[in-house]
Write a protein that binds this ligand. Structure first.
Ligand code: SAM
Ligand code: SF4
Length: 328
């Protein structure tokens, strides 16, 4: 399924960043103050996003994730979800959110057709939450996770970016959460991506090191991969209700199985998270291009996917965009 690229990878997953705006300011993603936002006219409309996803569906994409910025700050999001979930070829529609507005929107999103959700939460300590996100929304996010669970979202994945000296002391606490709760805790390597990530080598922690810490609690049993897993290596504790995943975005080089393209809020297709080479689809769309023209642009973007990014680990890969303008 999907279009095949030069390296025989099946590209079937589109990550759609629907906005660059966010109600948090995670220090590893956005600057605290002075964020320059796109004007509304620069951002793709829902109609445009829909047309782009329909084109993707026609050429074999079946998996879409809404992200941002914070997707839930954009008005009318449930209408977009409803329309996307009506595209027959898209059989996996998911969202990554910081959870701040999820408590109040979960029910509506669920009924609009969203079934899978990833909630980003890097700490279980409200004071540290403030340090990381520069806001005091910990309790709101924590409540949203329970609301998502009671609404029926499954699986609920919790994304934890591990940063040495910031939250590595909570690896065990997060891992233990999977014992009593049906959550998939996903430890993600801190990436030096974007122009404002505050990345430093000494803060980086590889998934091998993170996993070794988790294994001091109890033995991890591998969980078989499914087609919607992506790059996470999945495990569970024998007595756990949930799971623990490891995403070695930097150390594990999962480029070989990369199946994704990214659509940025301002309407470009980005073939690789770590490279700034992009294909503009908004301008042709606004000039009245045909469905066939859009398909061609998709094929051009797929053809640009590199075997692996040519840059070594440094502190600003793909430095032209903040992560909030790429979508993670
Ligand atoms: N605002 C939403 C959220 O935070 O879930 C969606 C957008 S956010 C850019 C998507 C994911 O990227 C989040 O899980 C976030 O933690 C992750 N992310 C952002 N910057 C990162 C970085 N420098 N390294 C690793 N993950 C990062
Ligand atoms: Fe916002 Fe998500 Fe970036 Fe945090 S990681 S600043 S919540 S876009």
């Amino acid at each position: 399924m999907g279009s095949v690229d030069r390296f025989n990878r099946h590209i079937n997953y589109l990550r759609v960043a629907i906005t660059d705006r966010c109600n948090l300011r995670c220090f590893y993603c956005m600057p605290h103050k002075g964020v320059v936002q796109y004007a509304h006219s620069e951002i793709l409309t829902y109609e445009e996003i829909l047309r782009i996803v329909q084109t993707a569906a026609k050429i074999g994409f079946n998996k879409v994730r809404l992200t941002g910025g914070e997707p839930l700050v954009r008005r009318g999001i449930h209408e977009l979800v409803q329309r996307l979930s009506g595209i027959p070829e898209i059989d996996d529609l998911a969202m990554t959110t910081n959870g701040v507005y999820l408590d109040q929107t979960a029910e509506r999103l669920f009924h609009a057709g969203l079934k899978r959700i990833n909630i980003s939460l890097d700490t279980l300590n409200p004071v540290k939450f403030y340090r990381i996100t520069r806001t005091d929304k910990f309790n709101t996010v924590w409540k949203s996770i329970s609301t998502a669970e009671s609404t029926g979202f499954a699986p609920i994945k919790i994304n934890v970016v591990v940063i040495r000296g910031v939250n590595d002391d909570e690896i065990g606490t997060f891992a233990r959460l999977s014992l009593g709760k049906p959550y998939a805790i996903r430890f993600i390597e801190y990436m030096p991506i974007g122009c404002d990530n505050d990345w430093r080598p000494e803060r980086f922690m590889s998934v091998s090191e993170i996993k070794a810490r988790v294994e001091t609690i109890s033995t991890l049993q591998p969980v078989p991969q499914t087609h919607v897993d992506g790059p996470a290596e999945r495990y569970r504790f024998a007595s756990g209700r949930g799971e623990i995943g490891f995403i070695g975005a930097i150390s594990r080089h999962f480029c070989r199985s990369c199946n994704r393209l990214r659509l940025t809020p301002d309407g470009t297709l980005r073939p690789c998270l770590m490279l700034d080479e992009e294909i503009d689809v908004k301008t042709p769309l606004r000039k009245g291009c045909t469905a066939q023209d859009l398909e061609t642009l998709f094929h051009q973007a797929i053809a640009l996917k590199p075997k692996r990014p040519p840059v070594p680990l440094c502190n600003s890969m793909g430095s032209g965009r903040m992560m909030s303008r790429i979508g993670g």
